[in-house]
Ligand binder design. Structure first.
Ligand SMILES: [Zn+2]
Ligand SMILES: [Zn+2]
Length: 286
């Protein structure tokens, strides 16, 4: 079984009730954080977990809302890891990830220096191990396998989606993308697809062109649901709601998805949790 927890269901727009984009995937005793938007470690604490327990950090792309708390993850993991021989934190993301991680560690250079000076058992900066990929297998440890494929969030490029498999169960995290064949292929037959969504019908009504611009590189609820249907996934899990789901309109969002996808649809607030069991897919339709 794989467990998916929507740690943060927000977007770049600050919301009092939604943390920034981040999804926790637990499989076979391993724990993966997919993206690290604002407030992610507070939400992780709410499920009784901490940065020091992460098996790896997976980044779909380098948009600010998805990496806003990267510094917090790196520093907090470093200072809350007490095992002297703890391995570096694996960080898997698209090309550009190493530069962002380096720059983030530089930004916290004073803090890192203070802590090394203060604590005898902290002898070096936060240990990280960055791997950049656009497709193919990226992880294989103790019956958990992960592979990635490119997505289409242009002009943001490159961007990737992750497929995590364990014991016959599988979960795909699409990140921000418009529908594309490489995501369809990665998601084919998956137990669950976690997909970011935007209500184009609502955003198109807004006056500011800069806000309306975001429609062209995201999937609408219907488009995400159509991707799930084409790939034959068992469960569609919606997140990264733009705009935030207004009180009382959850069923409206669900109905838009249900028009394209007739299986299990999950959406909700931060900390919404979904269990994905083996054999939940249907045969892909195309
Ligand atoms: Zn994005
Ligand atoms: Zn985003």
């Amino acid at each position: 079984m794989i467990e998916v927890t929507l740690l943060g269901t927000g977007s770049p727009i600050p919301d009092p009730d939604r943390a920034g984009p981040s999804t926790l995937v637990r499989a076979g005793g391993q724990m993966f954080l997919i993206d690290c938007g604002r407030g992610v470690l507070q939400r992780l604490a709410a499920v009784g977990a901490g940065a020091h327990q992460l098996s790896a950090l997976l980044l779909t792309h380098l948009h600010s809302d998805h990496i806003a708390d990267l510094g917090d993850v790196l520093i907090t993991r470093w200072v809350s890891t007490f095992a002297p021989d703890a391995p570096p934190l694996p960080i898997i993301g698209p090309p550009g990830t190493a530069e962002v991680v380096d720059a983030t560690l530089k930004a916290f250079g004073f803090d890192i220096g203070y802590r090394i000076a203060h604590h005898a058992d902290l002898t070096g900066p936060p240990p990280v191990e960055v791997h950049e990929y656009t497709e193919g297998p990226v992880w294989e440890h103790d019956d958990v396998r992960i592979r990635v494929a490119p997505t289409d969030h242009r002009p943001v490029t490159p961007t990737i989606a992750f497929r995590i498999e364990h014991g016959g169960a599988s979960v795909v995290a699409a990140g921000d993308t418009v529908p594309c064949p490489s995501l369809d292929a990665l998601a084919a037959g998956a137990g669950a697809l976690v997909h970011t969504v935007i209500r184009k019908d609502l955003i198109d009504l807004l006056a500011q062109q800069r806000i309306r611009d975001i429609c062209d590189y995201h999937s609408s609820v219907q488009e995400a649901a159509a991707t799930a249907a084409r790939a034959g996934v068992g469960i569609l899990i919606l997140t990264h709601y733009v705009p935030a789901i207004a009180a009382g309109t959850e069923e409206q969002w669900r109905a838009l998805a249900a028009a394209e996808f007739d299986r299990q649809i999950e959406l909700g607030d931060d900390l919404h949790r979904v269990q994905v069991h083996p054999g939940m897919c249907v045969k892909p339709t195309g």
